[in-house]
Design a protein around this ligand. Structure first.
Ligand code: MRU
Length: 366
C-alpha cells in the first residue's frame, strides 16, 4: 500500500541486508516513523509493546526475529531459546506459533553455519506468501460486496462495518478484512466503511481510519457502541472483521467487542463475515473457549493516547483516579454467529466441514 505516495510493506530488510525495519504503529496516526530491529530481543519487544501488531504481522516479525538470532548464535540451544522468547510475546494470535514452528522445521535439521541464511530466506518467503494470501482473500471477498451492490440502486453506498484493524498494517500488505474493501473501492464500487474506534487502544480510530484515508476509501469512525444502533436503522449492509485465531470448527477470536457486533448483526439479519488466511486456523482446537485470551495492562483502559497541545504524542488519563481497570483484549465469537469465513481458497461456512472441504490438506494433519 502507499503512504505519502510511496509503496510500503509493513516489514522489510534495511539497506545493510540483515536488520529489519517496521513501522512504529504506536506512533500512528500522528507520526509515520520506522524502527530498525537489530536483535531478537528488539523483535520480541516490538511484538510485546505493539510497535507491530495484527496476527499475520506478529508472525512475520517473529520469523525475522529468529533470523536475527541465528545471525549472532546459530546453535541448537540458541534456536530453542529464541523460539521460547518469541513464543511468549503475545498469547492469542496463533500466527505467531505457526510462524515459529515453520522456522523451527526449516532450521532444526540444518548445520548451524547455514542457519542464518536459511532463516532470512524463509522469513522473506513467509512475508511474500502473506501478501499473496491476503490478496487472494480480497479476490474471494469482492464478489460478496458486489452481490450486495447488485441489490441496491446504482451508486448507492455499500456500508461495511469493521472492528479493530485488519488492514495492511496488521499484515505484510493488503490486510484480511480490508482486502475485499480495497478491491471493491479500486473496482469502482461505492463502499463506505463504519470504523469502530476499538477501545482500549483505538486501533480502528488510529490505524484503520489512517490506512483507509491514505487509500481514499470513504469511511466514518464511530464509537464502539454505535454499531448496534446503525444496524437497527438499516445503515449497515455487512460486517467484515479479521481474527487472531479460528478453531477447526469456525469459532473466532478477535479484538474485544467483536462478539457484541456479531450478536447485533445476528439480531438484525446483517451478514457477519470473518476474513482470514489459513495460518490463522488452529487445527488443534475445536472449541473457541480453549483459545487463550490476552490480558493487557490496566493502563490501556485508564489512559488514552493522543496529541497534546504542543502537537506531541502523549497519554491522558480518562478513568477516575484510584479506580481499578481490567483489560481482556480479545473475545470469542461462536461459529453460529458467523455467516461465512473468507479465506485465500474461497468462502467457507464457519463449520468443521466447511473448513475441511477448503483445506483438506491442512485439516487432515490436525
Ligand atoms: O491487538 P492487536 O492490534 O494485535 O489485534 C488485532 C486484531 O484483533 C485483528 O483484528 C486481527 O489480528 C486480525 S489481523 C489481520
Amino acid at each position: 500500500m502507499k503512504i505519502h505516495g510511496q509503496p510500503y510493506r509493513t516489514i522489510w530488510l534495511a539497506q545493510d541486508g540483515w536488520r529489519v525495519c517496521v513501522i512504529d504503529q504506536t506512533r500512528l496516526p500522528f507520526r509515520f516513523e520506522t524502527v530498525t530491529l537489530g536483535s531478537v530481543e528488539q523483535a520480541a519487544d516490538a511484538i510485546a509493546t505493539m510497535i507491530v501488531r495484527g496476527a499475520p504481522l506478529i508472525g512475520a516479525t517473529a520469523a525475522y526475529g529468529v533470523a536475527l538470532a541465528m545471525r549472532s548464535d546459530p546453535s541448537d540451544a540458541a534456536l530453542d531459546a529464541v523460539l521460547a522468547l518469541l513464543g511468549a510475546t503475545r498469547p492469542t494470535a496463533v500466527n505467531l506459533h505457526w510462524a515459529l514452528n515453520r522456522m523451527r522445521v526449516r532450521l532444526v535439521g540444518l548445520k548451524p553455519r547455514v542457519r542464518a541464511q536459511a532463516a532470512y530466506t524463509e522469513a522473506a518467503l513467509l512475508c511474500d506468501e502473506d501478501v499473496a494470501l491476503c490478496r487472494a482473500i480480497g479476490d474471494h471477498g469482492l464478489p460478496l460486496i458486489r452481490e450486495i451492490a447488485s441489490r441496491k440502486p446504482v451508486g448507492e453506498r455499500i456500508n461495511i462495518l469493521t472492528h479493530c484493524n485488519a488492514g495492511w498494517l496488521a499484515t505484510v500488505d493488503w490486510g484480511t478484512a480490508l482486502a475485499p474493501i480495497y478491491r471493491a473501492h479500486d473496482a469502482g464500487l461505492p463502499v463506505h466503511v463504519w470504523v469502530d474506534e476499538t477501545r482500549p487502544r483505538n486501533q480502528g480510530a488510529a490505524l484503520t481510519a489512517y490506512e483507509l484515508g491514505a487509500h481514499g476509501v470513504p469511511h466514518s469512525v464511530i464509537v464502539d457502541n454505535a454499531g448496534g444502533h446503525l444496524m437497527q436503522r438499516g445503515q449497515v449492509d455487512m460486517v467484515i472483521v479479521g481474527t487472531d485465531r479460528t478453531t477447526a470448527t469456525g469459532d473466532v477470536a478477535n479484538k474485544i467487542g467483536t462478539y457484541l457486533k456479531a450478536l447485533a448483526a445476528h439480531d438484525n439479519s446483517v451478514p457477519f463475515y470473518v476474513a482470514l488466511p489459513s495460518p490463522t486456523i488452529d487445527w488443534s482446537l475445536s472449541d473457541g473457549f480453549s483459545i487463550p485470551i490476552e490480558e493487557r495492562a490496566a493502563r490501556e483502559v485508564t489512559h488514552l493516547s493522543g496529541l497534546n497541545e504542543d502537537g506531541d504524542v502523549a497519554s491522558f488519563r480518562v478513568v477516575a483516579p484510584g479506580s481499578p481497570a481490567v483489560n481482556p483484549t480479545f473475545d470469542v465469537t461462536p461459529a453460529r454467529l458467523v455467516t461465512a469465513l473468507i479465506t485465500e481458497r474461497g468462502v467457507a461456512p464457519a463449520t468443521a466441514e466447511g473448513l475441511a472441504a477448503l483445506f483438506p490438506d491442512l485439516a487432515r494433519g490436525a
